[in-house]
Design a binder for this molecule. Structure first.
Ligand SMILES: Cc1cc2nc3c(=O)[nH]c(=O)nc-3n(C[C@H](O)[C@H](O)[C@H](O)COP(=O)(O)OP(=O)(O)OC[C@H]3O[C@@H](n4cnc5c(N)ncnc54)[C@H](O)[C@@H]3O)c2cc1C
Length: 292
């Protein structure tokens, strides 16, 4: 029995992924599954193990490029309440992995809990944001993470404490298939002080990103002590273009997918930029954007 036959209420076959990604690019997934409960998620993963189907987790698609061709296997989105909840206990907040980072930040600000507010404006789910250790030079989400509850390949729920996890710029060593929830430890603070820091961070972030109507994603990690954008500019690749994909004039470390762009255009542009930066500055840029 196929996955669609086993889980008809939550499975879509040959579902285009473009609408679920920020770039609005990407071919169809063999199966797109949106489980309603942990039990259902477990049953889907067990069926995937049995049928040897590759499983991929899709968050908000803000750090993701999906290739143009059909994608074999199963893509899972955690959109139901058991995966998007927010719960507070003193200075600790537990957030479902499928919930929005924005909702988590707003929840903490309202509760007078500081620590996440300077991440305002970074879009994504809690799971995707912790897996990608979002942040900037001033703060990273990992600073407030206390533990991460994951679902392992074998289908068991495990809690990984902060001491067991390794985070680096825009990356973590969390390699289990699913981040179910994350517990954060925050600081009590005056809401007015938190809001002030949040406003400042918002203004700074928005000034260095593509305009809000543009479909743009970040390409490379910043090498220590340098920014990927300045290396790209030094390599004379400002506003470089392949097909309808073009580097942002506001920040060269973002690619803008103009209407008609394909994943192929973006992958070619990434390769071109990386080669030119290596040739002209000697630095090999490390890709931040996840590609399926
Ligand atoms: C305009 C713009 C500005 C940005 N600015 C910043 C910035 O300032 N700082 C910064 O750090 N990032 C920034 N980003 C990158 C992006 O916002 C983050 O990486 C984002 O948090 C990714 O979360 P997501 O839910 O969209 O993950 P996705 O893009 O959907 O997925 C990314 C990876 O996480 C995995 N994943 C997603 N959910 C789960 C889960 N529940 N369990 C296990 N794995 C999962 C996916 O499989 C994939 O490998 C920016 C992006 C854009 C488009």
């Amino acid at each position: 029995m196929s996955l669609a036959e086993q889980f008809p209420a939550i499975t879509q076959r040959n579902q285009p992924l473009a609408p679920y990604t920020h770039l609005k690019i990407g071919g169809p997934a063999q199966y797109l599954v949106q489980p309603r409960t942990l039990e259902e998620l477990n049953a889907v993963l067990a069926a995937c193990r049995q049928d040897k189907l590759q499983v991929r987790m899709l968050g908000g698609g803000f750090n993701l490029l999906v290739r143009d061709d059909p994608l074999p296997g199963v893509v899972i989105r955690l959109t139901a309440e058991p995966f998007t909840f927010l719960k507070r206990s003193g200075r600790r907040v537990v957030a479902g992995g499928g919930g929005q980072l924005f909702d988590l930040i707003a929840f903490c600000v309202r509760a007078g809990l500081g620590g996440l507010e300077t991440l305002i404006g970074i879009r994504g789910t809690v799971g995707g944001s912790v897996r990608c250790n979002v942040g900037d030079r001033t703060a990273e989400i990992s600073q407030t993470v206390r533990n991460v509850t994951v679902l392992t390949e074998a289908g068991t729920v495990q809690v990984r404490s902060r001491d067991e996890l390794t985070f680096r710029e825009h990356a973590s060593d969390i390699d289990e298939p699913v981040i179910l929830s994350v517990e954060f430890e925050l600081e009590n603070d005056l809401p007015a002080a938190i809001v002030k820091r949040m406003r400042k961070a918002w203004i700074l972030r928005k000034a260095t990103e593509p305009l809000s109507f543009q479909a743009g994603v970040r390409l490379f990690r910043n090498p220590p002590g340098q920014t990927a954008a300045s290396l790209i500019d030094r390599a004379a690749m400002t506003k470089a273009k392949v097909g309808a994909a073009e580097l942002s004039e506001r920040n060269s470390n973002y690619v803008i997918a103009h209407p008609g762009s394909t994943a192929r255009d973006i992958l070619q542009l990434i390769a071109l930029v990386r080669d030119k930066v290596k040739q002209r500055t000697g630095v090999l840029l490390e890709q931040e954007l996840h590609v399926w």
